[in-house]
Design a binder for this molecule. Structure first.
Ligand code: 5AD
Ligand code: SF4
Length: 418
């Protein structure tokens, strides 16, 4: 049997889809890259913004059409939307066979195999992809209840996974060829398992022989400790990149968002990070049009974007999510204003990105080679920028290369091996 999986949402979802795929392969259910070749169509969903939910509905519309001509296929919906509104999905799309919520994702492969009457366990030993970059989830859920956010409702309370299991998974990944590990969690700073804190976990992972790089995301500014900043400065395998969602730079809005920091405190963190790790790239998330966001509030966020000069940012138009505290506030910023503010932030951020990448031309960057196609290697700097390297060969894959940057475009750099 074959499955096709469509993944919407964050890195954590991509990681969970990956894990589900591996578990399915141990039942002899293998991945195909086109929906038309699949016996099982799986949709991994996201509920963070209403747009992500709309995307899922339109995918299900297409899957349903496909099923009309292929009555035997199974449609499975997993993840956050399945958790939040599984019954509604089932009601609207009668062709959906199985709904598996985010909290039950660990049992998904078993339930899918059951649905398809695949009972003969593993003829095939689970195929282990030799990924150069391995994503590893270290915790699940969130207790922060930012007032706009649906995550605590759909993913549940924060749980940190067993540190020995995580380290073992990392070791296994490195034995299978991984050179970089990305640790994932909604708020990695609050990781704690027995006496092991996040910094302890990272230090232990960094000790693994053969591992070149460690990254992590996401960090919550309210929990970013001096200890973590020190660790970033001293552990050479930890990449010079931090994703630190600011959301807004207006203290009134931050308070209404229940973010538990002020812009002043956020700026202090940035300064500390830049002092400790001079080449650090700070990326962020911003929401425009949160309830009550006046033009002055927005102006403060725009000013902060200019002042901080993020290495990159994601900007979102606020959308009301069910059950959240902000859902009971008046969604009073017009769609036009949300769109205008969104595009102003994006334009400013693009301008800054172009300036940052232009200043990298002529410099030497250490990059990790991830993929090769037609003699061109796709690699990444420690700060997370994509670099295309000409005249490379397959033996360079998985290696750190010193590259001279020759040309820069907004989302990619081009260079040559020194
Ligand atoms: N509306 C718009 N953006 C949101 N985010 C989370 N919830 C909402 C919402 N209701 C954004 C935040 C978060 C990112 C993952 O998604 O910026 O950091
Ligand atoms: Fe949502 Fe806030 Fe938790 Fe992030 S920290 S997942 S924004 S509630």
């Amino acid at each position: 049997m074959n499955y096709f999986i469509e993944t919407i949402g964050c890195q954590m979802n991509i990681c969970e889809s990956d894990k589900l795929g591996q578990a399915l392969s141990s039942y002899g259910i293998l991945k195909v890259n086109v929906l038309q070749k699949a016996d099982i169509v799986i949709l991994n969903t996201c509920s963070v913004r209403s747009q992500a939910e709309q995307k899922a509905f339109s995918f299900l519309g297409r899957a349903e059409e496909f099923k009309k001509e292929n009555l035997n296929i199974k449609i499975v919906v997993v993840g956050c939307m399945a958790e939040r509104i599984g019954h509604k999905i089932k009601h609207r799309f009668k062709s959906v066979n199985l709904i598996i919520g985010a909290k039950d994702i660990d049992n998904a492969a078993l339930r899918i195999a059951d649905l398809c009457n695949v009972s003969n366990y593993s003829i095939i030993e689970s195929e282990k992809a030799s990924d150069i970059i391995k994503y590893i989830t270290i915790m699940r859920g969130c207790d922060n209840y930012c007032s706009y956010c649906v995550v605590p409702f759909v993913r549940g309370k924060e749980i940190s996974f067993n540190s020995s299991d995580i380290i073992e998974d990392c070791r296994l990944a490195v034995n299978n060829g991984a050179k970089e590990i990305m640790l994932l969690g909604q708020n990695v700073n609050s990781y704690k398992y027995d006496d092991i804190k996040f910094t302890d976990l990272v230090k232990n992972i960094a000790k693994i022989d053969g591992l070149e790089r460690v990254r992590f995301m996401t960090n919550h500014p309210k929990d970013l400790s001096n200890e973590l900043i020190d660790m970033m400065a001293t552990e050479s395998k930890v990449c010079s990149h931090i994703h630190l969602p600011m959301q807004s730079a207006s203290n009134n809005i931050l308070l209404a968002m229940n973010r538990k920091y002020t812009y002043g405190r956020y700026l202090t963190l940035i300064k500390k990070l830049r002092t400790a790790v001079p080449d650090i790239s700070v990326t962020t998330d911003i929401i425009v049009g949160f309830p009550g966001e006046a033009e002055e509030d927005f102006e403060q966020t725009l000013k902060a974007v200019k002042e901080i000069r993020f290495g990159g940012l994601y900007v979102f138009r606020y959308s009301s999510r069910p059950n959240t505290r902000a859902a009971s506030m008046c969604d009073d910023v017009s769609l036009e204003d949300k769109k205008r503010r969104h595009s102003i932030i994006l334009k400013e951020s693009n301008k800054i990105s172009i300036e940052i990448v232009a200043s990298m031309v002529g410099t030497t960057q250490q990059v990790l080679a991830e993929k090769i196609e037609g003699g061109v290697i796709e690699a990444r700097t420690g700060s997370g920028r994509k670099v295309f390297v000409k005249c490379a060969s397959k033996k360079d894959l998985g290696k750190q290369l010193n590259v001279n940057i020759k040309e820069a475009k907004i989302n990619s750099l081009f260079g040559e091996i020194i």
